[in-house]
Ligand binder design. Sequence first.
Ligand code: ATP
Ligand code: MG
Length: 440
Amino acid sequence: MAEKTSAAKAAIPSAVKGMNDILPPESARWEWLESQVRELMARYAYRNIRTPILEQTALFVRGIGEVTDIVEKEMYSFEDRLNGEALTLRPENTASVVRAVTEHSMLYDGGKRLWYMGPMFRHERPQRGRYRQFHQIGAEALGFAGPDVDGELILLAQSLWKMLGLADVRLELNSLGQPAERAQHRAALVAHFESQADVLDEEAKRRLHTNPLRILDTKNPAMKELVEAAPRLIDFLGAESLAHFDGVRAILEANGIAYTINPRLVRGLDYYNLTVFEFVTDRLGSQGTVCGGGRYDDLIAQIGGKPAPAVGWAMGVERVLELLKEQGVSTPAPVPDVYAVVPDAAAVPTALLTLGQLRDCGVRAQMHAATADGLGSFKSQFKKADASGAAYALIFGADELRRGEVTVKSLRDGSGTQAPRSLANVATWAATLQSPAPQD
Ligand code: ATP
Ligand code: MG
């Protein structure tokens, strides 16, 4: 067969638009954030839950609501070729958590505090802070009715900002009341918008009778005045809803958490009631919401479970990482403690044995590896040792090995000091090689 010309070569496959590879060194920032979150969730006694990435489409349609942005236009839905099931890549994780909690009767012995992290999928226009595969960390408290857990969840998010060293995130709070209160408000809202129907844009007209609350969410400046003059839901709340709202506010105030009440905060999903909140920043342009959540007391019943109250939030990992970068917060850089220099291939087995013993002691050790051209010169290996960021080079030279030793050479303190160490008792000197993690 004739050889193909290079023009006929297949194009290099690329990632799906809006779905990003997370590569080193960036991935180390993700790992760091995840480890901080794990630690914090343990401190708040929230337990990890992992649900499948794929669910039946009906779960999200029922759980998120038919006339939401997500269900109307953002879901990756398809038919399973083998059995015709309608499936969807999860666009968020609350519906799945509720499904799992219900399916496994997790609330039989009382409320549960859960957290998750992982990829979510929404078909949106990719831009800074908005992707088609993105990641959320979320916390959900199910089976608890009072404002205390609402407060706890907000404190949890606030603790995370503090732990990460994030500033410039502010809390916006609102109450959506109960369905009956919302129905009254909705009627007043529709009347208000209908009275000035000529100002409404196409989207608002469409929403007027499906989901008029969402009109308040509009980004159209031409409708700003109309929206600002709209009846406020908070004025329709009854005594019980107001008491719940006051309960949350008292917790925030006692804990020194600043917040503003935003009567136009309605959140994009259908399932919320009472408390809703967002953490927002001005430093990420129009993708400024880093975390959003609220109470969803009707969702469990809506999905078919025994009615139980619940509240939770989800934060966008990409946006939090972007904000950390924006604010110059440095994170631990993943560099090895030592780099093994092996001038001769004969030293490789001993070098690997020694590195294994060091690793057993907790030392981060990088082995020099051969390329197609072999191990390379002593000098080029040292260059690699230096570039690795390791604090020490371990030199497995033939002379050293004959004496049962390895040379430990300092790479970072400028002294270039080197000293022999015995290969017979690696564990006794391993700890001297461990340095505190440098920052990136
Ligand atoms: P937005 O108004 O920005 O579209 P949303 O209301 O759709 O946000 P939620 O469903 O509440 O967002 O998700 C919680 C968080 O997840 C958001 O506050 C945001 O930080 C993040 N998030 C949502 N969609 C995306 C996306 N497409 N890309 C990156 N992060 C996202
Ligand atoms: Mg959205």
